[in-house]
Design a protein around this ligand. Structure first.
Ligand code: ADP
Length: 641
């Protein structure tokens, strides 16, 4: 293929264009963070080159110092950020700065467009972490001059953020990337400060990027007193230009926690997590002895929008002696803690360890074990010390944590203590198992629960009325994942978990027989008419205010799971339930009387379908035969009106 030496003008991917529009017109006031984003990218690019150079030393010159440089000019008003990192070739440039790779972009953009106020919209921008594109908040035009390490061609990318960008071949003496921003006019009321001012830049760098491992340099013109030939200070001054390093460069995870400010932790989190929100919690591990490593871990305050997508990339940053060897090492976290962000820096790992080797690495699995324990311990502490904050955590990540009970046998008891549940004890509050158990009488040995689609359905479920009447607390489980959780969670502190919809009538045999025999005809009538749907029809001693309920022996399926499987087109095992009847209910008593009077009454014939339908709807399930149910319903309505 012939090389193009011409300038090409290309359209941004549709989503990118929309995102740029939103960025440019954004009311997001904290515009100075564009610098944090560009420095963060520059630092990542150096990390990448440093790592590649471990196996290809020719990529860097001997003695080359990695650095990030900022140059400002007042006329024309522009800001230049350059790095000597990995750089990009043409296809990388088009891929990285022409499209947005994130899945879920469309959904996010929709949300952003319909966001009502500035805060929500800014929040969404933050959630997305639109890195490079944030430059367009402060610049009318952005150019990127870049050369991939190991290649000779350089490329110039240019855009006004108006839907198109251009790419053309260019000259660049060394590898790396130089980004030039043609700055918008200073407009403090709109959050645009004078980004050509040394002190403004220096403050922004200190604030957001102090921990960056490479020096961030900027030239600074200072006026200094002139010295005479003996070195003594005179009255005269002169202007000299100095190269200053703006950041302290200390890896934050190595420093003593007491010497690192909250703000520094926050900014570091934003750098590694690509999240614009403050984290909820952070904690460190400094391990010494046989295995030496530092770990700094963060719990985000919001669920990333793609946490449940297959494309979500979990993992911690893995360093070996301060060199980044893997951006997202997923071997360090179990799946149910995939929302945790952080850094692990080991003194013992080899620098050129491969992904395959990592999977079997003993040190790594020992580190992982300790990390998991630490996270669970810190969450427990949070739950005890600051329950409100724990609730924030739980609302964002509780569903993910629940996945862990069946996966992590070793830590299942710790996990069980972290779970929170809705129960019949309070309409608003969530309770943990230790609390629920503490309210139980010592002789009680069952924790009752019921699974369903909504709290409202569950609260009025026929299955729990007798329990509530007896003053028992029932867990109301509405997360789809609860079904899987309850398949593993059998016992807590010696109390067994018992599904309320599977407790069978267990009245004394004699009573039962009496009960059954005095209603023999009615039960037989129902059974005959519902034989395609139910296995048995019985008298219930448990129903209080409902006329009927369905009981499934053994492993019946919850409404959520049933719905989920149906949605995925999977067949559902058709075990017929039993129908239990409440002989004390007015409707049942009237129906029995009617049946006795006239076996062939039209009204009576409608009853079986209606009772069956009632029982299904009360559980929040789909009707087994909606057509017949509706026919019966209409007939009854006609009679009633
Ligand atoms: P993110 O950093 O979240 O991936 P960005 O939009 O900020 O998203 O950047 C997109 C991609 O462009 C980066 O992932 C990186 O591959 C590339 N990139 C950006 N800046 C640089 C740079 N200074 N040097 C090399 N590559 C860069």
């Amino acid at each position: 293929m012939a090389k193009t030496s011409e300038k090409e003008v290309l359209n941004f991917q549709a989503e990118t264009k929309q995102l740029l529009d939103l960025m440019i017109h954004s009311l997001y006031s904290n515009k100075e963070i564009f610098l944090r984003e560009l420095i963060s990218n520059a630092s990542d690019a150096i990390d990448k080159l440093r790592y590649e150079a471990l196996t290809k030393p020719d990529l860097v010159q001997e003695g080359e110092e990695f650095h990030i440089r900022i140059d400002a000019s007042k006329s024309p008003r522009q800001l230049v950020i350059s790095d000597n990192g990995i750089g990009m070739n043409k296809s990388e440039l088009m891929e990285n700065l022409g499209t947005i790779a994130h899945s879920g972009t469309k959904e996010l953009l929709e949300k952003m467009k319909s966001a009502k106020d500035e805060k929500t919209s800014a929040d969404l921008i933050g959630q997305f972490g639109v890195g490079f594109y944030s430059a367009f908040m402060v610049a009318d035009e952005v150019t990127v001059l870049t050369r991939r390490a190991g290649e000779t061609e350089a490329w110039l990318w240019q855009s006004k953020g108006d839907g198109t960008y251009s790419i053309e071949p260019a000259q660049k003496n060394s590898h790396g990337t130089t980004i030039t921003l043609k700055l918008k006019p200073v407009e403090p009321e709109n959050g645009i400060e004078d980004y050509t001012d040394f002190y403004v830049i220096s403050r922004i760098v200190k604030r957001y990027s102090d921990f960056i491992q490479y020096p961030i340099k900027m030239r600074h013109e200072v006026e200094e007193p002139v010295r005479d030939k003996d070195g003594k200070i005179t009255d005269k001054t002169e202007k000299i230009v100095k190269d200053e390093v703006l950041n302290s460069m200390k890896p934050i995870w190595v420093r003593k926690p007491s010497e690192v400010s909250e703000e520094e932790y926050t900014e570091f989190y934003k750098h590694i997590a690509h999240d614009w929100h403050d984290p909820l919690l952070h904690f460190s591990i400094h391990a010494e002895g046989i295995l030496e490593y530092h770990a700094l871990l963060f719990i985000p305050s919001q669920r990333p929008y793609d946490l449940f997508f297959a494309t979500y990339e979990p993992g911690l940053r893995l360093y070996a002696k301060r060199v980044l060897i893997m951006d997202r090492c997923k071997e360090l976290l179990p799946n149910y803690l995939r929302f945790v962000q952080g850094v692990v820096d080991s003194a013992d790992l080899s620098l050129n360890v491969s992904r395959e080797m990592l999977q079997q690495d003993r040190q790594l699995s020992a580190i992982r074990k300790r990390i998991v324990k630490k996270i669970l311990d810190e969450l427990k502490k949070l739950k005890e010390k600051d329950f409100d904050k724990y609730l924030t955590f739980w609302n964002e990540f509780g569903v993910v944590l629940k996945e862990g009970y069946g996966e992590d046998y070793e830590n299942k008891d710790k996990l069980a203590e972290l779970f929170l549940f809705q129960t019949t004890a309070d309409k608003e509050k969530l309770f943990s198992l230790p609390e629920i158990v503490s309210r139980m009488k010592t002789e009680e040995d069952s924790i009752y629960y019921i699974l369903g689609n909504s709290r409202k359905t569950l609260e009025s479920s026929p299955h729990i009325e007798h329990l509530v009447k007896e003053g028992k607390e029932v867990l109301l489980l509405t997360d789809p994942v609860d079904d899987f959780l309850m398949q593993h969670l059998h016992e807590y502190e010696g109390k067994k978990f018992v599904p309320a919809d599977r407790i069978e009538a267990e009245s004394k045999e004699t009573d039962k027989d009496e009960g059954e025999s005095s209603h023999k005809d009615f039960l037989a009538f129902l059974k005959e008419n519902l034989k395609d749907f139910v296995d048995e029809v019985k008298i219930s001693s448990r129903l209080v205010s409902s006329p009927a309920r369905l009981v499934r022996e053994g492993g019946g399926m919850s409404p959520q799971l049933e719905k989920l499987l149906k949605q995925h087109g999977q067949g559902i095992p058709s075990l017929k339930p039993s129908l239990e009847i409440n002989p004390n209910h007015e409707v049942i008593q009237k129906a029995e009387a009617l049946l006795e009077k006239d076996k062939n009454s039209d009204k009576v014939k409608k009853l079986p379908q209606l009772l069956l339908g009632y029982a299904y709807l009360a559980e929040g399930r789909e009707l087994p035969d909606p057509i017949e149910f509706n026919k019966a319903l209409i007939a009854i309505m006609q009679d009633a009106l």
